[in-house]
Design a protein around this ligand. Structure first.
Ligand SMILES: Cc1cc2nc3c(=O)[nH]c(=O)nc-3n(C[C@H](O)[C@H](O)[C@H](O)COP(=O)(O)OP(=O)(O)OC[C@H]3O[C@@H](n4cnc5c(N)ncnc54)[C@H](O)[C@@H]3O)c2cc1C
Length: 554
């Protein structure tokens, strides 16, 4: 169904900025509740026919990332006293997919709920020096009904595991079939006394809500799904928003500023249209869902005499507390072909080490999954997935590629990251992106506990390979993050306006008709796979925004 169109000079009820994991849900929820809604999305409106298996375009040319860093101009440094510079290769330090559906289009779709402990860890563990580690202003119990809505409305496959948080309703469909990597993980876990469980996925294992089930093509991570089985907001939410007759999706509209009126309320959203011409959409309220890097950039770009440090930034917390999730990785090659490139990336996970354990001597926890990772596709395998000690050219190289591609599997740890002032997104004073906006300057150095947690998980990954019978195994090594895909914490929720950007209902403390909901809202990082929580937060935020609008409070 074609979008409704709204006049930019006529005030709509809501402008939603960004149509990704959170924005797509907010657009659907607000428009189907009868509110006129314009969604401004900087990227294109792709459909199933636009999603290819072209490894070169997607993986090397960064097609779904909107191009390489020559387009984005991002800069990076570990510490504030350093001068930030461009990354060494083409790939951007901050990685997400501009386009309708945002990063839910190209993500891997591993889909973990947080657990009750994630929301109150600061109270349980105590403060951690040098960090802004704190409790969430909400509990798991408050968010649980919305996790369940994500399960059923977005479409999640899975089966309960031994350590899972309580759920009010079963998964709507069974997990994806187990793969060779999952079988080996189960075998190794049994030997080590750990527990392997099916991976929950935002991928349909069978038809659901009028969409088709997965065809196991194997092109999930970084790719769009031409079957529509991956539960992106592009396929699960946007069609419902458009069918409401109250929603206009306006792609290729890059927001450059949120303007406020003399009462300090957001009044219009200024953007560049596809021809680079400046336009402005009048609105009663704004919902900012541009992700944990872009929401912060936009608020900082919206500085004005009334808001000299950026919009909604009286706390100075906009852009701070960026968390990526640390990762650990050990790769093994097995005697027999595993053919793990087929199907979804992950079919089994281990959550035995989720909680912080004071016996380890540092904060942190996480989960481990089994997957082909880079060896899901031949070009990526050749570039990133091969044995570092094997020949890199000639016959020896060809032999190792031919032998190892079907026999390689990775155990991957997804771990905690701590919130700190020093890890942040700011506006680069010199570099600009292709549209002329100040580029994102990323400053990031992992906390020592995050690196210690990653090392702990790398050891567990190596143990799994030993127990599973790998013929050879190598570790990726623990490296500080120089960029990431999980963009969390930069406009955190909280009850105290001095240490948070939005309240527990996602309303900005400073601007009463500005709501911010996306990865930036998260207070702690969870253990990886944050998107299930981002989507649950979006359903919950929408209920509060609708209630406030219904009560005339916006
Ligand atoms: C390769 C990859 C694999 C991943 N795998 C997983 C996984 O397995 N599990 C998991 O939980 N997470 C995964 N993630 C992370 C996941 O995709 C994100 O956590 C999630 O999509 C974030 O949701 P969001 O709503 O905050 O932002 P996004 O989904 O990034 O949406 C933000 C949207 O806002 C738009 N936007 C930004 N700025 C502007 C502007 N100025 N004007 C207009 N529009 C704008 C963007 O174009 C985008 O469409 C992965 C990410 C990547 C890159």
């Amino acid at each position: 169904m074609a979008s409704k169109t709204f006049d930019t000079r006529k005030e709509v009820d809501f402008v939603v900025i960004g149509s990704g994991s959170a924005g797509g849900i907010l657009a659907k929820e607000l428009s189907t509740a009868g509110f006129s809604t314009v969604v401004l999305e900087q990227g294109p409106y792709r459909n199933a026919a636009d999603f290819t298996h072209d490894e070169y375009s997607v993986l090397i040319q960064s097609e779904l990332l909107g191009g390489g860093n020559d387009v984005h101009g991002q800069t990076f440094r570990h510490y504030e006293h350093e001068t930030a510079g461009p990354p060494r290769d083409r790939i951007t330090p901050i990685r997400y997919a501009p386009g309708v559906g945002g990063s839910s289009v190209h993500f891997t779709a591993n889909f973990w709920r947080l657990r009750p402990v994630d929301f109150q860890e600061r109270s349980l563990i105590g403060p951690i020096s040098g960090t802004n580690f704190t409790d969430w202003p909400i509990t798991y119990e408050e968010l649980e009904p919305y996790y369940t809505r994500v399960d059923w409305e977005i479409g999640v496959s899975g089966a309960p595991g031994p350590f899972d948080a309580p759920r009010s309703k079963p998964f709507p469909m069974p997990p994806m079939p187990i793969k060779s990597s999952g079988v080996l993980m189960e075998k190794a876990a049994a030997e080590l006394g750990w527990h392997a469980q099916p991976e929950p996925h935002a991928i349909l294992s069978q038809p659901h809500n009028g969409r088709a089930g997965c065809v196991s093509c194997g092109y999930c991570m970084w790719f769009g799904c031409e079957a529509g089985a991956k539960s992106s907001t592009l396929v699960a939410m946007i069609p419902l928003a458009e069918a409401s007759g109250n929603c206009e999706i306006r792609p290729e509209s890059t927001v450059i500023r949120i303007d406020t009126d003399d009462r300090g309320r957001a009044s219009e959203v200024v953007y560049l249209d596809r021809d680079g011409v400046e336009q402005a959409q009048k609105t009663k309220a704004v919902v900012l869902s541009a992700n944990g890097a872009e929401s912060a950039r936009l608020l900082l770009m919206s500085a004005s005499p009334q808001h000299p440090d950026g919009l909604a930034n009286s706390s100075g917390f906009v852009g701070r507390n960026l968390m990526f999730n640390q990762h650990s990785l050990a790769t093994g090659v097995y005697e027999h072909p595993l053919n793990d490139y087929k199907g979804v990336q992950v079919s089994r996970i281990i959550h035995d080490f989720y909680d912080t354990d004071e016996k380890r001597g540092f904060y942190g926890g996480g989960g481990i999954d089994a997957r082909p990772l880079f060896s899901a596709t031949p070009i990526f395998h050749a570039l990133l997935g091969t044995d570092p000690n094997a020949p890199r050219w000639g016959k020896g190289y060809k032999d190792v590629l031919a032998h190892d591609f079907t026999r390689t599997l990775c155990f991957v740890g997804s771990n905690t990251s701590l919130a700190m002032d020093r890890n942040n997104v700011t506006l680069d004073p010199e570099s600009k992106d292709a549209s002329g906006r100040p580029a994102i300057r990323l400053t990031y150095m992992d906390h020592d506990d995050d690196l210690a947690t990653a090392a702990f998980f790398e050891d567990r990954c190596a143990e799994l390979h030993d127990a599973a019978g790998a013929m050879k195994m190598w570790r990726f090594g623990i490296r500080p993050n120089t960029g990431g895909e999980h963009l969390l914490g930069t406009c955190r929720m909280g009850n105290d306006p001095a240490t948070s950007v939005v309240d527990s209902k996602h309303r900005s403390h400073d601007v009463p008709n500005l709501f911010i909901c996306d990865g930036s809202s998260m207070v702690t990082s969870g253990r990886g796979q944050p998107t299930m929580t981002i989507m649950a937060l979006a359903f919950r935020a929408a209920d509060h925004i609708k209630a406030a609008a219904g009560a005339g409070e916006i």
